[in-house]
Design a protein around this ligand. Structure first.
Ligand SMILES: *Cc1c(COP(=O)(O)O)cnc(C)c1O
Ligand code: SF4
Length: 344
C-alpha cells in the first residue's frame, strides 16, 4: 500500500487534470446541498419545503445540478426528484426497520472490508456520494469508523493478499468513483499486485448522476489492467439516463468493461411495468445488462418507498412477457446470513 497520508480533496492530478480541478469535481462542488435551494430550483409548494428542511436533518440533501435538470419543475412526484427530496414520511417509524438491515456490521473482516459471499470481498472506499438517495440502505452506516488514510487500509490489503479464495474485489461505499483518478489508479495498482485477484468490480452511481466523472484517463487506465473490470451502475428510471449519461455508458462498453445495472424497486419511482420495461430497453440498447432489481432494504426512514413482494413479482412477470430474457433483471432480496442475495 502507498503509505502517504494525503487526503483526497487536495490533489486531483489525474492525467486530464494537471492544472486545475477536473470538470466533475467542479460540478460536485456546485451540487445542491440544502432543502431550500432544492425546493426553489424545482418550484415546489411550501409544505414540501418545511418537510424537506426537517427531514434533511436526518440525512442531508445532495443533488448534482445536471441530475436536477432531468426533473420536471413544479412536480413533487417526479420520479427523479422523489429519490432525492427529503419528505415528512422519513420521520415516521416503520415496524421492522433497523439501522443495519443487511448485516454489514457482522460481515466486517477488517477495517473497510466486508465479506458476505464466497470469492468476493467488498471494500468501503469512502462514505461520500455525489447524490444522497433517500432510500439508501447505507444511510446509517458508520462510515466514520472506516479507514480514512492510505495507511489505515493495510489490514484490509493484508487480508486480500493472504486469502487466496478471494477472486473478485468489489469497490463500494459511498461511491468509489468519488476518489480522484490518481487515487483510483493507485488503488488499482495495489489490487493488480495480488495475483489471485482476477476481477475488479466497481459499484457506482456516478455514471448516472454525474456522467462527467467517467474521465478518459480512468477508463483507459482500467482497460490496460491485468484484471477484468466490471461496472455495476445504479439507475432506477429511464429518465435518469440522458444523452451524456448514455455516451458514458456506451464508452465503458466500448472499452470492454462489462457493465451491468442494479435498480431498487421504489414506490412512486419505478413501481410500474412500463417504466421498468423502458429502463431495461434503454440499458440494453446501450450494451448495459440489467442485473438486479432489489427489494428495498428496511432501514429506518425509508418505509414509504416499500413495494410489497407480491406486487414486485407481478411486475417482473409482466417484464418477462414484454422483454427478451436477458433484459429482465433478477428480483432479489438481501437476507442477513444467507450465502448470496436471495432470488424472490
Ligand atoms: C451485494 C454484495 C455483494 C455482491 O453480490 P453479487 O451477488 O456477487 O452481486 C458482495 N459483497 C457484499 C458484502 C454485498 O453486500
Ligand atoms: S449513490 Fe448509492 S450509496 Fe450513495 S446515497 Fe445513493 S444508494 Fe446510497
Amino acid at each position: 500500500m502507498p503509505s502517504t497520508d494525503r487526503t483526497d480533496d487536495d490533489s486531483s492530478t489525474g492525467p486530464l487534470a494537471t492544472h486545475s480541478r477536473p470538470h466533475w469535481q467542479k460540478e460536485l462542488a456546485d451540487a445542491v446541498r440544502d432543502a431550500d435551494t432544492l425546493c426553489d430550483l424545482l418550484q415546489l409548494p411550501d409544505d414540501f419545503r418545511l418537510a424537506a428542511r426537517e427531514s434533511a436533518k436526518l440525512f442531508p440533501v445532495m443533488v448534482p445540478r445536471g441530475y436536477l435538470q432531468r426533473m420536471r419543475r413544479g412536480d413533487p412526484s417526479d420520479p427523479l426528484l422523489r429519490q432525492v427530496l427529503p419528505v415528512v414520511e422519513e420521520q415516521h417509524a416503520v415496524a421492522g426497520a433497523v439501522h443495519d438491515a443487511v448485516g454489514d456490521l457482522t460481515a466486517r473482516r477488517a477495517p473497510g472490508l466486508l465479506q458476505k459471499y464466497a470469492g468476493r470481498a467488498l471494500l468501503i472506499m469512502t462514505g461520500a456520494c455525489a447524490v444522497h438517495c433517500r432510500y439508501c440502505f447505507r444511510r446509517h452506516y458508520p462510515y466514520s469508523e472506516e479507514p480514512k488514510r492510505w495507511a489505515d487500509w493495510a489490514p484490509a490489503f493484508r487480508l486480500l493478499q493472504e486469502d487466496t479464495s478471494i477472486r473478485e474485489v468489489i469497490l463500494s461505499g459511498g461511491d468509489p468513483l468519488m476518489l480522484t483518478d490518481q487515487r483510483f489508479s493507485e488503488l488499482c495498482d495495489c489490487i493488480e499486485e495480488i495475483p489471485h485477484i482476477d476481477r475488479l468490480r466497481v459499484h457506482t452511481r456516478l455514471p448516472i448522476v454525474l456522467p462527467s466523472r467517467l474521465t478518459l484517463a480512468m477508463v483507459c487506465d482500467l482497460a490496460d489492467r491485468r484484471f477484468k473490470t466490471l461496472f455495476v451502475v445504479h439507475a432506477n428510471h429511464p429518465a435518469e439516463i440522458d444523452d451524456e449519461c448514455a455516451r458514458g455508458l456506451a464508452e465503458l462498453v466500448r472499452s470492454h468493461i462489462t457493465t451491468l445495472n442494479q435498480a431498487v424497486l421504489l414506490r412512486g419511482v419505478n413501481d410500474d411495468a412500463s417504466v421498468l420495461v423502458s429502463l431495461s430497453e434503454r440499458l440494453v440498447n446501450l450494451g448495459v445488462l440489467p442485473y438486479y432489481l432489489h427489494q428495498l432494504d428496511r432501514v429506518a426512514g425509508v418505509g414509504h418507498f416499500e413495494v410489497p413482494i407480491e406486487e414486485g413479482r407481478r411486475l417482473i412477470a409482466e417484464m418477462r412477457r414484454q422483454l427478451p430474457g436477458y433484459a429482465v433483471p433478477e428480483y432479489v432480496q438481501e437476507i442477513p446470513g444467507e450465502p448470496s442475495k436471495s432470488p424472490i
